[in-house]
Design a protein around this ligand. Structure first.
Ligand SMILES: Nc1nc2c(c(=O)[nH]1)N[C@H]1C(S)=C(S)[C@@H](COP(=O)(O)O)O[C@H]1N2
Ligand SMILES: [Mo]
Length: 418
């Protein structure tokens, strides 16, 4: 797939201005196009005092939504098992840390970093216990990567509820810049034995989530024992003081509140990879260790429960792939009959969310809009019918079928299966 650079992005200015001059785009854009003097612009405002932390504007209503699993919304926060990111209100590709989705099996532990330790043992020549300060003194790396819960999309496995927003259907994915020690550096310090092909990672929360991770070359090269998220210490909800980051792999493997790494020559078969996080296939057999997150995308604007007007609309959304970079996103505005290539906000980073967008003049007739992503390894996001034909409807995890939003005569946008 040929790579394009940012300066080549062809903004369709002509189409935008044509829509504005005919007034079909509505007040804000048409008003902006006709404003001519300073009198059209609000006056200047006195400023608030400066403080230790800056807050969001009082005009901005944005937040996560705590849920208790598929189709269990509006629950008591004490019963929530995850809290979804407001994808429909985000711009760009990075998720602010306080809006990053959260999946915590027994709440967010708040660990004292001066007491916390990481034990590294098993098939290593030197068993070591590291303090957080030890880890922070080591060479550090930073990487922008998405994190996605395997349960993302589970809302639409069996049926589509028309009242869902994109936050409900796809809010278990987020992108952060993660900073920490490359796993490779730690492997060298403890002198991992060559026969050790698996790593057990265990969390220090009450649930003690523990997963066996195959030490493929890719994982050895890319895994990070992270202590930083978006430029600050990782927040308690996301694993303070340290967590594992495995770009592109199942969210569940990215162990938070990391307390132990053990090396061995076979998986440990913890309850998290036997009873949980297996994939029930159409033939009734369960697939284990499906570890990579698939090629995915979703239109976030316009999306479920929004209302649009005929005329000029800008379609925007997010695409991501656990295999590598997003190479292309196609958009259909006629229910997957014909497709047009969307613009990507570049650079498209490997295993990170990539923003895409496209101009669209809606003729006011009922229709359906869909996006489909393709990554640089040639993986194409499947349509729902072929996805269900392969996977059946027994499973709950790794749903990555194309998302369709239907738009009715009144411009109401609704979640549908296809
Ligand atoms: N120790 C521990 N690690 C954990 C979890 C947990 O509950 N405990 N949840 C896992 C799951 S299922 C996911 S999807 C990701 C979520 O990370 P986040 O809450 O930072 O988004 O962390 C994983 N790591
Ligand atoms: Mo998860």
């Amino acid at each position: 797939m040929p790579e394009r650079n940012g300066s080549e992005v062809a903004w369709n200015r002509r189409q935008f201005l044509a829509a504005a001059s005919t007034g079909i785009v509505g007040g804000t854009v048409a008003g902006r196009a006709s404003a001519e003097t300073l009198a059209d612009v609000p006056t200047r405002e006195p400023g608030a005092d400066l403080g230790a932390l800056s807050a969001r504007s009082k005009y901005v209503q944005i937040g996560r939504i705590p849920e208790a699993g598929p189709r269990r919304r509006n629950v008591d926060p004490a019963d929530a098992i995850n809290s979804k990111a407001p994808l429909q209100k985000l711009v760009g590709a990075i998720t602010p840390s306080d809006l990053h989705y959260e999946r915590s099996h027994s709440g967010a532990a708040d660990l004292d970093p001066s007491k916390h330790r990481l034990l590294v043992h098993g098939m290593v020549r030197k068993q070591v216990v590291f303090s957080v300060e030890d880890l922070k003194a080591m060479p550090a790396t930073s990487r922008i990567a998405f994190l996605e819960c395997t349960g993302n999309g589970w809302e639409n496995w069996k049926k589509a509820d028309g009242n869902l927003t994109v936050q409900n259907t796809h809010g278990l994915v987020s992108t952060s810049e993660w900073t920490g020690v490359p796993l490779k550096f730690i492997l060298g310090l403890v002198e991992k034995e060559t026969a050790a092909t698996w790593m057990l990672a265990e969390g220090g929360d009450a649930a003690g989530v523990a997963r066996s991770i195959p030490l493929t070359q890719e994982i050895v090269d890319e895994a990070i024992v992270a202590y930083g998220q978006n430029g600050e210490p990782i927040r308690p909800a996301h694993g303070f003081p340290i967590r594992l980051i495995l770009p592109g792999m199942e969210g569940n493997l990215n162990i938070k509140w990391l307390r132990r790494l053990k090396f061995g020559d076979q998986p440990w078969m913890t309850r998290w990879e036997t009873a949980r996080y297996t994939q029930l296939l159409a033939n009734g057999k369960a697939r284990q260790f499906q570890l990579r997150m698939e090629t995915n995308s979703v239109i976030t604007q316009p999306s479920g429960t929004m209302q649009i007007r005929p005329g000029y609309n800008r379609i925007s959304g997010l695409a991501w792939s656990g295999h590598g970079k997003i190479a292309r996103v196609d958009i259909s505005t006629d229910g997957a009959k014909s497709w047009q290539e969307a613009q990507l906000n570049l650079p498209a980073l490997p295993k990170a969310q990539t923003r895409f967008q496209m101009d669209w003049i809606w003729d006011g007739k009922p229709t359906k809009i869909v996006s489909r992503s393709i990554d640089d390894k040639g993986n194409v996001q499947p349509d729902r019918d072929s996805f269900i034909a392969t996977m059946g409807t027994n499973a709950l995890f790794h749903y990555n079928a194309q998302q369709t939003w239907s738009i009715d005569q009144a411009g109401r946008v609704e979640n549908v299966l296809s």
